[in-house]
Design a protein. Structure first.
Length: 103
C-alpha cells in the first residue's frame, strides 16, 4: 500500500466492457520528505488507478497495487492493478501529525 495525491481524471471512451462506468483517476505517490520528516512529498511518478471510494482531485488517498487491487468487491472482475481503497484523514509519523485532512 502507499499514499498518493489525486491529481486528475482519465476519460477513455473505448474500453473493455467490464471497465464501463469505472472512475479512473491519476495519482502521484507520496513519501516522507527525507529533509523534513514533517511533510509528505511527491515521488515524481504518476499512476492511473480505479476509484472505489469516491475520491476527488487534491485528496490524499490509500492505494493498493498488484493482485491486492482486485480484492475489493468493486474491483474483483476488473483488469486493474491499482485501486484507491481509502481517503486519508491523518498521517502521523513519530508522534507528529504530518498531514491532516481539513476538508
Amino acid at each position: 500500500m502507499f499514499l498518493a495525491k489525486v491529481t486528475g481524471t482519465v476519460v477513455a471512451t473505448q474500453k473493455v466492457a467490464s471497465m464501463v462506468g469505472q472512475k479512473l483517476l491519476t495519482v502521484d505517490p507520496l513519501r516522507i520528505d527525507e529533509k523534513d520528516a514533517g511533510r509528505l512529498k511527491p515521488t515524481g511518478r504518476t499512476f492511473v488507478v480505479v476509484d472505489t471510494v469516491g475520491a476527488g482531485e487534491g485528496e490524499i488517498v490509500l492505494i493498493v497495487q498488484g493482485s491486492s487491487a482486485r480484492y475489493t468487491p468493486e474491483t474483483k472482475p476488473l483488469p486493474v492493478d491499482a485501486a484507491i481503497i481509502g481517503i486519508i484523514d491523518t498521517v502521523q509519523v513519530g508522534g507528529q501529525i504530518i498531514f491532516k485532512n481539513e476538508g
